[in-house]
Design a protein around this ligand. Structure first.
Ligand code: NAI
Length: 794
């Protein structure tokens, strides 16, 4: 071909990266890898290895140890043994190790990039320019957090031993996301890579050894889902951090329910990519390329639903198709290709069958004419238009290079379609109108929003989702909070109340006779009779009957959740207005201090002085949260790029809360007030044993301008009410402070909509102690952080 012809066609010639050094690295280890446990290579107890293949050629690459429960036991024991010493080293000393890891990753960047491409099939251009630099950046950034830990997180300690399970789409980057923050904070880890892509994790293990990381701090156990499950079930693990499919995340939530393990889940997504009429369409087209054809679309936050405003839909589709014709699919080691191989034939089959389903459901499937390699797993860039919002391809995570397009007319409709998904991971908004973009961003129910950009990641910014995309954040300050816990927690004793929770007394005819004098429930700003028509007797500390409360049931819980759902005015109210209401509650409680104190004395049997102390502490708590409403501020992260990231602390929605029996007035308000302060609506189940402080509180609520539906109270049998609350799809989080068994119930029942849970594991707090009963821990549970990436500066 002459130079003139080359200029005419503008075709790229192949620019292959050599894989010789990476293959030599594998060969030097006889192509066979053991587990990395306690600082050394350890043969699998199963004496079994499985094959890892290059998806671009189908050729075997290496044999990987198949981990079983004994391997997991050994790794957990090593991590446990190392944890205290690693934590005791202190932040600055740990920081040195993280810097050393970061530098070693940079030194080995080429090897790691090529190894990743061989094992996963993603273009070397991406591993070289995105994955590996970000891996190094994560270790540098978290070295900084370790350095500052003693100042910045003085009241926190590491969680302990963390089990981490990661997927195959960003093998080394996901490892970095998990390991860097965990070890920076003084935890030790056992990481299980995905079975398709273990090689870079094993290379990282070698790097750990080279830099002299103390034995047992990082352990790598390879294997498939069964190995992962053994890790999840291990009794000596303090936290599980998982990234992968929603189905497996749900299973992990069920398996760990009631175990006391902390859990963060980063699950699937079906993220909208919204293009408004005034967007810069050429930029938006490049955005789509990065949103869905980056890593062959095997990205949890891939912009896989293209929402186009009607006026520009046709033009945008035409531009996009033209651009798709120029995308090159081929050998991932070729630096001039855009898309590499799909990770495995299984995944290729999933993509193929979902696209088939899209066509069956009336979608118009469009693919450019592009030559695919004949061997290996390849799939062309694909656009499915004419898709109904409810179609399978518009709802299911395809996890491949397939985008579906839909149109909308108004901004409100765009938001409605964008949020019409069970997921809530990320979204992109394209508009040249900053007012419009910043009006839409808060309305999207997801954890990350990119304005005029997409798929941006950085170690300083939190990443993670809402709804069935999971919970917890990785990266930045918010990520550090997921690997630390308040110092006082491990010192708490099991609640004495939990040991002798009274049997629920069934409604007697005598209590039926009292029905008119029964304290009702408080739903939608009104006192409401319980649906059952029954009441439950309440006894004093001396065992005398002192009243009746409504015997609430599932219907009452549902009514309360419905009332809370409608009370959006509270969420929209300004922080100043919410503060006024909390102050007002405090003042009105103050007026009735003597009456509330007498009730506490009577029901709980505390001294008159202690009872007054509890009411006074409750009043203070309300004032404190009035103060907090506008002081628990959002943050602005500074990623190293032309932009800033607003880490907005947003209310969660409807929070269900189950109150403990100890200090019934103070504990109830200690839970309710932070949730309300942050703009949530609440459905609160009163202490089962001492419900009268809650029912007396109705009148304080009625005189304090709390809008109808913001604060709902149900009395009755704790366990069955809790179950209904935890199973309800409109409840976004459940806080449970009852006996330990109930915590298990809450966690197991939360898997329906993957709601957040906060359980006390049967430990009693001292609600009078401000460290235990008030402040940032509560506010953190009352909010979820949305990271909004905004172009800024030059
Ligand atoms: P997966 O969720 O099955 O695997 C992720 C990790 O979990 C792997 O390390 C696997 O070995 C482990 N695992 C599997 N079963 C487990 C269990 N019972 N207990 C503990 N660990 C377990 O994902 P898979 O099968 O590789 O991909 C299936 C689909 O999941 C994809 O098509 C995609 O839709 C989605 N996916 C989403 C990812 C994300 O980042 N959101 C990442 C990978 C997959």
């Amino acid at each position: 071909m002459s130079i003139a012809e080359k200029f005419d066609s503008m075709n790229y010639g192949p620019a292959p990266e050599s894989c010789e050094a990476a293959l030599q690295w594998i060969a030097a280890r006889q192509g066979k890898f053991d587990h990395f446990i306690d600082g050394d290579w350890t043969k699998p107890q199963s004496k079994k290895w499985f094959e890892s293949r290059n998806p671009a050629t189908g050729e075997p690459l290496a044999k990987i140890a198949a981990g079983n429960t004994k391997d997991v036991d050994a790794a957990v024991a090593a991590a446990r043994k190392a944890q205290k010493g690693w934590s005791a080293l202190g932040g600055p000393a740990r920081a040195r190790f993280l810097y050393a890891l970061a530098r070693a990753i940079q030194r080995n960047a080429r090897l790691l990039a090529v190894l990743e491409t061989l094992d996963n099939g993603k273009p070397v251009r991406e591993t070289r320019d995105i994955d590996i630099p970000l891996v190094a950046r994560h270790f540098y950034h978290h070295a900084g957090w370790a350095q500052l830990q003693e100042q910045e997180f003085a009241e926190f300690e590491p969680m302990g031993v963390i089990g981490q399970i990661i997927p195959w789409n960003f093998p080394l980057l996901m490892l970095a996301w998990k390991i860097a923050s965990a070890i920076a904070a003084g935890n030790t880890v056992i990481l299980k890579p995905a079975e398709y892509t273990s090689l870079t994790a094993l290379c990282f293990a070698e790097i750990c050894k080279d830099v002299g990381l103390p034995a047992g701090v990082v352990n790598i156990v390879t294997g498939d889902g069964k190995t992962g499950e053994a890790l999840v079930k291990h009794p000596d693990i303090d936290k599980i951090a998982f990234t992968g499919s929603t189905d497996v995340g749900r299973r992990i939530r069920s398996v760990t329910a009631g175990s006391g393990k902390h859990l963060t889940l980063e699950l699937g997504g079906k993220s909208p990519f919204i293009v408004f009429e005034d967007a810069d369409l050429d930029s938006a087209v490049e955005g789509v390329v990065d949103a869905i054809w980056f890593n062959q679309g095997q990205v949890c936050c891939a912009g896989s639903r293209l929402l186009l405003q009607e006026g520009i839909a046709e033009r945008m589709i035409a531009k996009l198709q033209k651009r798709m014709e120029t995308l090159r699919v081929g050998d991932p080691l070729d630096k001039s290709i855009d898309m590499g191989a799909i990770v495995d034939p299984v995944q290729l089959e999933t993509i193929t069958s979902l696209v088939g389903k899209g066509a069956e459901e009336g979608g118009i499937v469009w693919q450019p004419e592009c030559k695919l390699p004949t061997a290996g797993c390849f799939y062309p860039p694909t656009l499915i238009s004419n898709v109904a919002p409810a179609a399978t391809v518009a709802q299911a995570e395809i996890f491949g290079p397939v985008i579906v397009s839909m149109t909308f007319r108004t901004p409100d409709e765009a938001v409605a379609i964008a949020n019409n998904t069970r997921y809530g991971l990320a979204a992109s908004v394209w508009s040249e109108n900053i007012n419009l973009a910043l009006d839409i961003a808060p309305k999207l129910d997801c954890g990350v929003v990119w304005i005029n950009s997409t798929n941006q990641f950085d170690a300083a910014c939190g990443f993670g989702g809402n709804r069935e995309s999971g919970y917890g954040r990785e990266g930045g300050h918010e990520g550090m909070m997921e690997v630390l816990k308040p110092n006082f927690l491990s010192k708490l004793q099991l609640s004495k109340d939990a040991e002798k929770t009274p049997e629920r007394k069934s409604a007697s005819t005598s209590s039926l006779a009292h029905v008119d004098r029964t304290a009702k429930l408080y739903i939608g700003g009104k006192q409401a009779r319980p649906d059952s028509g029954y009441s439950l007797p309440v006894f004093s500390a001396k065992g005398e009957k002192i009243g009746d409360v409504g015997d609430g049931n599932r219907k009452d819980v549902r009514n309360a959740v419905e009332a809370a759902r409608k009370a959006t005015g509270w969420t929209k109210a300004s922080s100043h207005n919410r503060a006024q209401v909390l102050y007002y509650l405090a003042e009105n409680l103050d007026i009735r201090k003597a009456e509330f104190a007498e009730r506490l004395r009577q029901t709980t049997g505390v001294s008159a002085k202690k009872a007054v102390d509890e009411v006074e502490a409750t009043i203070q708590r309300l004032f404190s949260y009035g103060a907090w409403t506008d002081k628990y501020e959002s943050a602005v992260h500074s990623p190293p790029m032309r932009g800033v990231t607003l880490a907005m602390k947003e209310p969660i929605g409807t929070i269900g809360m189950v109150c403990p029996d100890e200090s019934p007035l103070l504990s109830m308000i200690s839970l309710a007030a932070p949730a309300l302060a942050m703009g949530n609506r609440i459905v609160l189940i009163a202490s089962e044993r001492h419900p009268l402080s809650a029912t007396d509180f109705y009148q304080v609520l009625e005189t304090s301008d709390v809008p109808a539906g913001a604060f709902n109270i149900i009395t009755g049998p704790r366990d069955s009410l809790t179950k209904t609350l935890a199973e309800h799809d409109d409840v976004k989080s459940v806080w449970y402070f009852g006996p330990q068994t109930g915590g298990k119930l809450v966690e197991a029942a939360s898997t329906g909509n993957m709601k957040r849970t906060w359980v006390n594991n049967g430990r009693a707090r001292n609600w009078f102690d401000v460290t235990q009963g008030e402040g940032r821990e509560f506010l953190r549970q009352a909010t979820q952080i949305k990271n909004i990436w905004i172009p800024y500066g030059d």
